[in-house]
Design a protein around this ligand. Structure first.
Ligand SMILES: CC(C)(COP(=O)(O)OP(=O)(O)OC[C@H]1O[C@@H](n2cnc3c(N)ncnc32)[C@H](O)[C@@H]1OP(=O)(O)O)[C@@H](O)C(=O)NCCC(=O)NCCS
Length: 246
């Protein structure tokens, strides 16, 4: 039985004990982004079929998933979804006190009025596939019970150089999002924001930190590995299904 609760442009699909959100992918409204809200376990084949049916009924031509673990991906692959992007998953233990330092970069809490500049930084730093829209920014902020949203190098007269969203859920800490404006990269702001997030996780008792990034994002991988993260194979994947081809 499919219960759909419509938001503005977003619908929550309740399928058995699984919850998925379906919403337009940024400005490409013919693509439906399907987000697993109950992560960690595979949804049923019936839930995947119902999600496809719902996306088709809403006029989407293609469905794209959020980043899935290989277990989460299985029922989608059985339904004909294909891998579109591979992400490296990395993790490191958090043992306070952290030895890493933020290098004296000034960091402050992100305010609501920073949201537009944060989205500008995000768009300048990421290729279109990975860029956040306003809805995506709010989703990143709501993804975990506790979050920390910081901007780097805030000069009162200048827009932020970069931003980071970190999250905590029980013993796990997540670096949800990190971007530095291209012209201000290579000056320590990315490192400072990651160290700030890890320090916050440590302070609240998280014991393991997690982050993912596209497999080809060598700059970010170098930064994370320099800060003690190690790859957790086989990583994550974003899948896609062409509905119009069914
Ligand atoms: C990945 C990213 C966040 C790194 O941010 P950054 O501010 O450039 O990172 P840092 O400056 O701290 O570190 C980058 C390099 O600059 C070097 N560096 C740091 N401070 C420096 C300084 N004061 N002078 C010279 N070099 C410096 C670091 O040693 C590092 O070198 P290496 O990684 O080549 O070994 C940034 O490149 C970015 O936004 N990329 C696009 C979006 C993205 O990939 N986000 C994260 C993945 S989801």
């Amino acid at each position: 039985m499919l219960h759909r609760r419509s938001g503005q442009e977003s619908a929550t699909l309740r399928l058995g004990h699984h919850r998925l959100r379906l919403r337009p992918w940024a400005s490409e409204t013919e693509i439906g982004l399907l987000i697993l809200l109950t992560s960690g376990s595979a949804v049923s084949d019936a839930a995947v079929a119902a999600s496809i049916e719902s996306a088709a009924a809403q006029g989407y031509l293609r469905i794209r998933t959020s980043a899935l673990s290989h277990i989460e991906a299985e029922p989608f692959l059985r339904a004909g979804f294909e891998p579109r992007q591979q992400l490296a998953l990395l993790s490191r233990p958090i043992q306070p006190p952290l030895s890493e330092r933020n290098g004296g970069v000034s960091i402050r809490r992100a305010r609501r009025r920073d949201h537009n500049s944060v989205l500008d930084v995000d768009h300048a730093a990421f290729e279109p596939f990975w860029q956040l829209d306003t809805v995506g920014l709010h989703e990143a902020l709501r993804a975990t019970p506790f979050r920390r949203f910081r901007v780097a190098r805030p000069d009162p007269d200048k827009a932020p150089a970069g931003y980071a969203i970190s999250g905590r859920s029980g013993p796990s800490g997540y670096l949800q999002r990190l971007a530095i404006s291209p012209r201000q990269q290579g000056q320590g702001a990315g490192t400072a924001l990651v160290v700030d997030g890890l320090t916050w996780m440590a302070r609240w008792g998280a014991t393991q930190a997690w982050v993912n990034t596209p497999q080809q994002n060598t700059g970010a991988l170098r930064l994370y590995e320099r800060l003690g993260f190690e790859p957790v194979p086989p990583g994550l994947q974003v899948l896609e299904l062409e509905i119009s081809g069914l």
